[in-house]
Design a protein around this ligand. Sequence first.
Ligand code: SAM
Length: 215
Amino acid sequence: MTERRYRRIQEVLSKRQPDLSIMAEDVYKPHNLSAMLRTCDAVGIGEVYAINPTGGIPTYNETSGSAEKWIHLTVFKTLQEAHTLVKSRGMQIFAAHLSDEAVDYRDVDYTLPTCVLFGNEKRGVSNEAAELADQHIIIPMLGMVQSLNVSVATAVILFEAQRQRRDKGMYNAPRLGSELIKRQTFEWLYPKEASQLVRDEKAYPELNEEGLYKK
Ligand code: SAM
């Protein structure tokens, strides 16, 4: 059982894309954020940014597959803080935004370090965020309604990013460092023990081929 889970975790971490992420700007409906995280997990995103003026961690929707267990979510109070961090990580920012200057979401390069920004369910992307973005992208809408649900837009765009990265072989070899993979594996396989070791300021033990360690 442990060995199977260990192998699965290794497989998942070997596909993670440290230079692909999303930023959710004041997305306030928990089920939307949960669905966005679920999509992120599916395409290999492990780190997500959210801007929530209260600074609080949004409540999740229990029915959405609990992707939040596998995603590291950092919540910022302001757009500026989130923008500074993402830029310090060398990512271009695409705002999924229904503006006149937006280009088709299939015509941009997601194989470069990229963070895609999504806006609030009612107001969309703020003017400030739209200005800070490097590019606006749009999913063409050919029907009567003006926009998609934010989690649907996230899925459409991220699976295009996944396609481009797959075609470039970016899922063929691990892109996370080996130390990070070891650390994350231990935390996912042994969450309680990992928390205790962190509290005790002790290093995580090495795992053997079956995902076991000497206690
Ligand atoms: N009334 C809002 C507006 O004018 O932007 C609609 C917001 S929409 C429900 C929520 C978010 O989903 C948007 O801010 C955008 O990030 C994303 N989104 C929805 N449809 C989209 C589309 N066709 N192209 C790009 N992004 C879209």
